[in-house]
Design a protein. Structure first.
Lengths: 681, 310
């Protein structure tokens, strides 16, 4: 097809006048049955490079994309143009997905977006063996490279697939961010007959700023004071899920419309938040890196990081979402040299579990063909760690993932090679180098944009003339009253919720029968104020009770969360080791609330400290059936306030909730002093 | 990734061309690789004119091959799934392909593709097959155990067909005596779920190779069970029959083998036994005693096999 002909069709189908030259080069190659790796910045129009040819091919184009939000946006856009587009992903019910798969089988779908994980699904594989395929697209292709900023093991099977596709079958891989090393890695993995094309990375409208601070408080204070003065709406990236909640609550406390977004937020609420962001319903969305890729909002006016990202690639990727309309956007990074490296460093350190854990998994699989849950229990490791280990073992050809009916099992491979840990070490040192580059970015005296582009393999001839170093417009944080007391006041009135009720998303898939256990409340996060330190001291100095200000803070949390709910009885979690700390504490709470308290909830067998188990599955097993209450009829129809000191996995509280439910309790409401933030204790 | 043969989807596609028999497929493969010194990828890139003019293919054949070409991407999904679950795809031109099988079945019957899981080196080893009825007698099972034991002691691979009776005994005995085995499936390899679970340890220790020549997703059928018999015979240097009735898979397999000139050892039955062993001996099979030794019943063995067997 000639370009002129194509552009007539482009107008007709997409309502666009012309292709960019580089878009047309890509499209022409795809028409010739060639393969292209297209590296272009976000918002350039990479998707048109496959969407247009897809409408011209006589079959289905399959796009592997890891981003559900992006799939949803694109599908909506294509459908509004009258193009039959669908997406298959885990946020839809299995029935919805099966219906789409069925339509694909009958060649009723032109453009099919699909999550990479789906390559492990028997239904999909069955369909893929029979449907009429015209092209394969690997979106976010940097995910295939472990040297990239977002390596995803689920892409392994896509790499394998692309290598097995006939050489004249068109394949497009796209990414916005790939260093030279990642580009080479993508080409060497899926590069059979593949050409790469690179665009420029300069984003002249981004105003890069760095603000050095001395504490987390300073970040909160500056934002509290200034965020409303910033034009438009934007995103604040924090380092952890908890901090998204803390910041969002801080803003809401200041009556600044804001919301927390992270991967724990249920899919329905996420959809609502994403839509709210598009509609400028919030001044800012406070998010982990779970939000962003694929959010197609042209007018994000600021992106602020309260936590230094792991590498300049991560950073460029995240700030690239701002100012797609070409108008100015503020890009600010807060950096506290004293504390902020702790998180990315521990992230890099813990990216790969120890060798010992790898061998434990290998040995378990050698002795028996196991499913994921059986394996987690056998080796007593966290699910996330087991997943990382399995992905590496599969990648290295030591373990196979097989289907036994519908269940996934892991089996050892005959003649498997030895575990190769040298790549893990190389990877770790490469990640530390990248983090070091990010620290360099914060201390830079020259153009920041030049530094970022250079790191990403695109050398800018001139400074951007827009960053703080080029313009001399630096942001300095100075604290003035009344902001400091506002923050203190906020902290004393902030009570984290204990999530125990099934999430909305879970509910939809397998509705659980009504449980009397309700979401509880903690007086504080373990490390957020000095509560954690006080708890720790009391626990290790025998004979000292928790101080009264903890009792008062916990009562405040009670009134805040439960308001005027009525309770009949106070129970407390019997301790694993001896000691009356919790008993005495619960007694004071009961007295203050004028409620009866009972000491009859007992442990009927010894349990181990929950912190000795890495996986929640074993924590559940550890306390299963461990509790008893005599006389059990006292519990019938009672609303119970359940007191404990520290809330970690929630396994103990859940077990007690289950037990009391059996005895006929109508409500079990947890109240604790502190909630941990992953690995506090 | 280099573990994968990027031609696998082509082989899968061509191996299961509908309505093409094995010989027709193999003749085309030989033409492509020997006469034209090409691989399958190059062949499928050719124009119809080349197929017509150089390969002298008929219109119907060209239409079949065009259909096959359109399925290559689908076969890529299948190949990826197979590899990902630890199966291997051994094509006729691969050094891993069983030489014995090729020598025995030749262009007429050698399957273009073997789907396997386990220790593929077993395919290169000296081998025997033990076959017989599903409802075999005690003495036949004893014979099977004897033969499997002797074979295992001599490092010979025991080939069997995973049916009840003699087949299962042959496999279980070989495992018991720490020998090596090939299970030749009467079904596609991806449908052998419970078997892979049951023989997991033997497979990962390299003692058992599971093999199928059918489309990986095919479920068991009587037709596939029959079609699998020549593969069992083809994979073995020597064939031992524990027990046969006068019809059915064992019987037709032996008769077929004899027609092809294979030497087949049949257990000499006791006088009281009611089965077709004696009949097979009369038709030219070589009688052996309970221990597998060649009986002196006047059957003339050629010099190659004139040896104390066990």
């Amino acid at each position: 097809m000639k370009r002129e002909q194509a552009e007539i069709k482009l107008r007709h189908i997409f309502g666009l006048k012309t292709f960019y030259d580089s878009q047309w080069v890509v499209i022409e190659r795809l028409f010739e049955g060639k393969r292209v790796l297209f590296i272009e910045k976000t918002g350039f129009g990479k998707s048109l490079c496959y969407q247009f040819p897809a409408t011209q091919f006589n079959g289905t184009t399959v796009i592997f994309s890891p981003l559900i939000a992006l799939m949803r946006d694109q599908v909506q856009k294509l459908q509004s143009l009258g193009i039959s587009a669908k997406a298959i992903h885990s946020n839809q019910t299995e029935e919805e997905n099966l219906q789409i798969i069925h339509n694909a089988e009958n060649n009723h779908i032109k453009i099919l977006y699909i999550a990479p994980e789906r390559m492990e699904n028997a239904h999909w594989l069955q369909t893929a063996r029979t449907m009429k395929l015209s092209m394969v697209v690997v979106d976010e292709a940097h995910c295939v490279s472990m040297w990239g900023h977002d390596f995803r093991p689920a892409f392994r099977r896509i790499v394998n697939l692309v290598n097995l596709l006939p050489s004249s079958f068109p394949v497009l891989a796209t990414t916005a961010t790939a260093t030279k090393r990642v580009e080479q890695d993508i080409l060497s993995q899926i590069g059979k007959n593949m050409h790469s094309m690179r665009g420029t990375l300069l984003r002249p409208n981004l105003r890069l700023r760095v603000a050095h601070v001395a504490s987390e408080d300073e970040k909160m204070l500056w934002l509290g004071e200034n965020i409303e003065k910033l034009p438009g709406t934007g995103i604040i990236y924090t380092g952890t899920q908890i901090s998204t909640q803390i910041y969002a609550n801080w803003f809401n406390y200041l009556k600044i419309p804001s919301v927390a977004y992270n991967s724990r937020v249920d899919p329905e609420s996420r959809k609502i938040i994403e839509q709210g962001l598009l509609d400028n319903a919030y001044k800012c969305v406070v998010s982990t890196n779970a939000l962003g890729m694929g959010i197609d909002k042209p007018d994000i006016r600021f992106i602020i990081h309260t936590q230094i990202p792991q590498s300049p690639v991560h950073y460029y990727q995240e700030i690239g979402r701002a100012g797609r309309d070409g108008r100015p956007a503020l890009i600010l990074l807060f950096y506290n040299p004293k504390d902020d490296l702790h998180l990315p460093k521990s992230f890099i350190e813990s990216a790969k579990p120890s060798d010992k854990k790898y061998y434990a998994v290998i040995n378990a699989i050698k002795s028996e063909r196991l499913g994921l849950h059986q394996l987690i229990k056998t080796v007593n490791l966290k699910q996330t760690q087991v997943r990382v280990i399995l992905a590496d073992l599969i990648e290295q050809g030591i373990v196979n993932e097989v289907l036994e009916g519908k269940n996934k099992k892991y089996e050892y491979k005959f003649n498997a090679p030895q575990l190769n840990i040298t790549t893990f070490e190389e990877l770790r040192s490469s990640k530390f180098n990248e983090l070091e580059k990010m620290v360099q970015y914060t201390n830079l005296k020259q153009c920041r944009m030049q530094f970022l582009c250079d790191f990403l393999g695109d050398s800018l001839p001139n400074p951007c003339e827009n960053c703080d170093n080029d313009t001399g417009k630096h942001i300095k944080v100075t604290i003035i009253e009344p902001w400091r007391s506002r923050l203190e006041n906020f902290k004393g009135n902030y009570f984290p919720e204990l999530e125990l009720e099934p999430q909305k998303g879970e509910n939809r898939k397998n509705p659980i029968k009504h449980s009397p256990l309700v979401n509880g409340v903690a007086a504080s996060y373990y490390g957020f104020s000095n509560v954690g330190k006080t708890l720790h001291q009391c626990k290790y100095q025998h004979g000292v009770d928790f101080p009264d200000d903890l009792v008062n803070l916990t009562l405040k949390a009670f009134y805040h969360h439960y308001r005027d709910e009525q309770f009949d009885l106070v129970l407390y979690v019997p301790p694993t080791e001896s000691g009356n700390l919790v008993k005495n504490f619960a007694g004071k709470i009961a007295q203050a609330l004028n409620l009866p308290i009972s000491d009859n909830l007992r442990k009927i067998r010894t349990t181990l400290p929950q912190k000795s188990f890495e996986t929640n599955l074993l924590k559940g097993d550890n306390v299963a059936g461990a509790f008893e209450y005599e006389p059990s009829r006292d519990i019938q129809d009672k609303s119970i306030l359940l007191v404990d000191d520290i809330f970690d996995s929630g396994a103990t509280i859940k077990e007690i909730g289950k037990y009391l439910s059996k005895l006929g309790a109508v409500k079990v409401a947890p109240l604790v002093i502190a909630k941990t933030v992953g690995g506090d204790i | 990734m280099n573990r994968y043969n990027s031609e696998a989807p082509y082989w899968i596609t061509i191996a299961h061309l509908p309505k093409w028999g094995t010989e027709k497929i193999n003749r085309l493969i030989v033409k492509i690789f020997h006469q034209f010194q090409m691989n399958l990828e190059e062949f499928f890139k050719l124009s119809e004119t080349d197929w017509l003019g150089n390969f002298l293919l008929s219109e119907q054949e060209i239409s079949d091959l065009n259909n096959a070409k359109n399925e290559l991407a689908n076969s890529a999904f299948l190949a990826e799934d197979l590899y990902s679950q630890g199966y291997e795809i051994i094509s006729l031109n691969s050094p891993a392909y069983s030489k014995i099988l090729k020598d025995n079945l030749k262009i007429k019957h050698a399957p273009p593709v073997l789907y396997v899981k386990g220790n593929t080196q077993i395919l290169q080893a000296d081998s025997i097959a033990i076959v017989g009825s599903r409802d075999a007698s005690e003495i036949s099972l004893q014979f099977t155990d004897n033969i499997a034991k002797a074979a295992s002691e001599r490092n010979q691979v025991v080939v069997s067909g995973f049916a009840k009776g003699v087949d299962k005994q042959a496999l279980d005995s070989a495992i018991k005596y720490h020998g090596k085995s090939i299970i030749v499936l009467p079904q596609g390899i991806m449908t052998f779920t419970s078997g892979f679970k049951r023989y997991y340890q033997s497979i990962i220790q390299g003692d058992v190779l599971v093999l199928s020549v059918f489309h990986p997703k095919s479920v068991w059928s009587a037709g596939l069970a029959m079609a699998r018999n020549p593969i069992i015979y083809g994979l073995a240097k020597d064939i031992f029959v524990a027990q046969s009735s006068e019809k059915g898979g064992t019987w037709s397999g032996v008769i077929n083998g004899l027609k092809k000139g294979r030497v087949i050892y049949v257990r000499m039955p006791e006088d009281s036994e009611i089965n077709a062993n004696r009949l097979l001996i009369e038709k030219g099979a070589a009688p052996v005693d309970l221990a597998g030794n060649v009986s002196n019943s006047g059957v003339n063995l050629n010099t190659n096999t004139q040896r104390t067997l066990f």
